[in-house]
Design a protein around this ligand. Structure first.
Ligand code: GLC
Length: 446
């Protein structure tokens, strides 16, 4: 998959906001309540049309994203329930033509752009209201064709009427494949309308063999390995090797749309997902489900403020970083890299004042605790780097970061690369042999 220069902002950003919002928020039971609870379709659409969020203020949302250190966002312009958040010419089932009488997509795009953020649009191919979606192209070729044309027309609107769009994020292709959706035609159209756009990998499978190998089994059904500029591992963080990727995650325990009484993950767990994604060379798209009235829940805003405060001090370890599992470090934290710099992002602070890193082969020129901007004393031998003078108490409630300046791009000694899990185990023989060869404590054969 070619990596285009106009996509470099994506890796540079590392951190984005996913926003799941629509009339379903009024049920306060997640974004899939229509289907999950087998609700009456007519009642649902009546109530959806009456949904009228008064507090929605796109500038306030954008401010929260900026405050958190996010660099882009993706908004659900239409979820599986089919309700559109923009003024679509091909349906009246939208926020523009029903109670709110507002084009929420326009407000979002304008406010987020004005705040300096990149803008993405999520669009569900699935529309649970439409019988042809369920019947599929074989059972109902006419109905399917009409529905597919509707989908194509809406994608055209979204990419024609709102200026530059940086990301288009499809979902809900399942159970139909890329051929059913005519996804290749969609891609051609999108590239023509928005030459720089990044298209995700959920436009349906391309051929029987197409599936994403990494990740939980079910994920292969809707995610394509063959089509898509970036991968979208969902609820897990698994690197893709041949294209960009972004892990999408909830801030609560399970649901994407607003859910009354949902539990929230604490700030350190959320930040750890960002750090893990960066350490593996990918992005984190972190979700919020705004309230029915259009505000971000307090729990979300509080957590974003905590993460943002951390990002303002430690952002250089995240933005534009590269995958960084240079040395084995899992017992302490995670690593990222940038040029000759290695960042140690410390998850567990032991308070001993020293930190030992085994196996860094590159000569170290200096080390600094970024959190307090304190230079650190160190000694380095062929096998180990020992950092000294660390404070007893963690200097931040989140993760302290140490920046190590190396003479060249940081690299591990041959024996130290991934030594427990891969590579030739015989690399470790001479290390073991240094003790001796026997089972006895002194290693001597008898
Ligand atoms: C799933 C769900 C959907 C959610 C999406 C986010 O595919 O169907 O509710 O919007 O994941 O990645």
């Amino acid at each position: 998959m070619p990596m285009r220069p106009e996509w470099s902002w994506f890796s540079e950003s590392r951190f984005g906001m996913f926003i799941h919002w629509g009339p379903y928020s009024a049920w306060e039971r997640g974004e899939q309540v229509l289907f999950r609870e087998h609700l009456d379709q007519a009642d649902y659409s009546k109530r959806a049309c009456a949904w009228s969020p008064r507090a929605f203020n796109a500038a306030a949302w954008a401010e929260c994203a900026v405050e958190a250190g996010m660099r882009y966002a993706v908004l659900t312009t239409r979820h599986h329930d089919g309700f559109c958040l923009w003024d679509s010419a091909v349906t009246d089932y939208s926020s523009a033509r029903q109670a709110p009488e507002r084009d929420f997509v326009r407000e979002y795009v304008e406010a987020f752009r004005a705040a300096g953020l990149r803008v993405g649009l999520y669009y569900s191919l699935a529309d649970w209201r439409i019988p042809a979606y369920w019947d599929g192209p074989e059972a109902d070729p006419k109905g399917w064709e009409r529905f597919r044309e509707y989908v194509h027309a809406q994608v055209r609107e979204l990419l024609s009427n709102y200026g530059r769009i940086d990301v288009i994020w499809f979902d809900g292709a399942w159970p139909h494949n890329a051929e059913d959706w005519r996804s290749l035609e969609l891609v051609d159209m999108m590239r023509e309308l928005q030459p720089g756009i990044l298209i995700n990998n959920r436009l349906g499978k391309v051929g029987a063999k197409d599936r994403v190998s990494a990740g939980p089994a079910g994920e292969g059904t809707g995610h394509s390995a063959a089509m898509g500029d970036f991968g979208t591992p969902e609820h897990h963080i698994t690197a893709e090797t041949s294209r960009l990727w972004e892990s999408c995650q909830v801030t609560t325990w399970r649901l994407w749309g607003y859910t009354r009484g949902e539990r929230w993950r604490p700030a350190d767990v959320l930040l750890d997902m960002l750090v893990e994604s960066a350490s593996k060379g990918g992005n984190l798209l972190l979700n919020v489900g705004p309230t029915p009235d259009g505000e971000f829940p307090d729990e979300f805003v509080e957590r974003m403020a905590e993460i943002g405060a951390w990002m303002r001090i430690h952002g250089e370890a995240i933005y534009g970083s590269e995958a960084g599992e240079v040395c084995e470090f899992v017992t302490v934290g995670r690593q990222t890299r940038r040029g000759n710099r290695l960042y140690l992002i410390i998850r567990f602070w032991n308070g001993t004042g020293t930190l030992r890193l085994a196996g860094l082969a590159t000569r170290v020129l200096g080390a600094r605790l970024l959190t307090t901007d304190q230079p650190l004393d160190f000694t380095q031998t062929a096998d180990e780097l020992v950092l000294r003078g660390l404070p007893a108490d963690s200097p931040t409630p989140l993760f302290p970061v140490i920046r190590i300046e190396c003479e060249a791009a940081p690299a591990a000694a041959d024996w130290a690369v991934d030594r427990l899990w891969s590579g030739d185990p015989a690399r470790m023989t001479s290390w073991a042999r240094a003790r001796g060869t026997s089972v006895w404590a002194d290693g001597v054969e008898r």
